[in-house]
Design a protein around this ligand. Structure first.
Ligand code: GRF
Length: 218
């Protein structure tokens, strides 16, 4: 029997994406187990979810560090204790240093609540509304040195309704986030994603530039 794949999750808040990954893992749909959850904020709801599920947790409070580099070094050391096959950012609200990103190159994933390359950064839903976009959505992508800029893996779209506010749109998008993150993590852990000459492939085919479009919601 092969050794189960291991995932480390980094989060800062309520942890609903982590919870969707946990659910998928319990249903044997993830291709691996969540071995560690690290939060950078005391009181992050995701820590409680992890502890209740019997998952190892660590709190590395960035406010107790004098520099981003020192924080990232301790963060990396904590992650290395479980030798993860994949590090998953699930609402982790910290910009990571280039050294950290290089250390986990091609095994560091994020979910961002917009149709990247549209709206990297914050306030994505309000920006989509302000621009009168017909659709909003979420993107799972590998992380590189640019903010929300690494290669997209999987994207989900939702229609923007006339009455949508940033809050209602966020809720619609969050619902599809919970669908696509476990799927993309499964693709990684089951070896379906690879980088060939720096280009992301799935099942040996180049992945479209904005990632695959998830078709479960339209
Ligand atoms: C999600 O909207 C995710 O896309 C963004 O941060 C939020 C985290 O929510 N990166 P949760 O903590 O997973 O509920």
């Amino acid at each position: 029997m092969s050794i189960p794949k291991r995932i480390a999750v980094l989060l800062s808040g309520r942890g609903s994406n982590f919870q969707s990954l946990l659910k998928a893992s319990h249903a044997d749909l993830l291709g691996g187990n969540i071995s560690l959850v690290v939060a950078n904020r005391p009181g992050a709801g995701g820590l409680d979810i992890a502890q209740n599920a019997g998952i190892e947790t660590a709190l590395i409070d960035h406010q107790t560090y004098a520099s981003r580099g020192a924080f990232d070094r301790d963060l990396a050391a904590a992650i290395e204790t479980v030798s993860p096959d994949l590090v998953v950012l699930a609402g982790f609200m910290r910009i990571l240093t280039p050294d950290f990103v290089a250390r986990f190159e091609n095994r560091l994933m994020n979910i961002h609540p917009s149709l990247l390359p549209l709206y990297p950064g914050l306030n994505t839903h309000q920006r989509a509304l302000d621009n009168g976009d017909s659709h909003a959505g979420a993107t799972v992508h590998y992380v590189n040195g640019e903010l929300d800029g690494g290669p997209p893996v999987l994207q989900a779209r939702v229609a923007v309704g006339e009455d949508d506010s940033a809050e209602t749109l966020a809720a619609k998008v969050l619902a599809v986030e919970h669908q696509i993150y476990p799927e993309a993590v499964n693709w990684h852990l089951t070896g379906r994603l690879s980088f060939e000459d720096g280009v992301l492939h799935k099942d040996r085919q180049p992945v479209p530039l904005t990632g695959y479009l998830w078709d479960g919601n339209e």
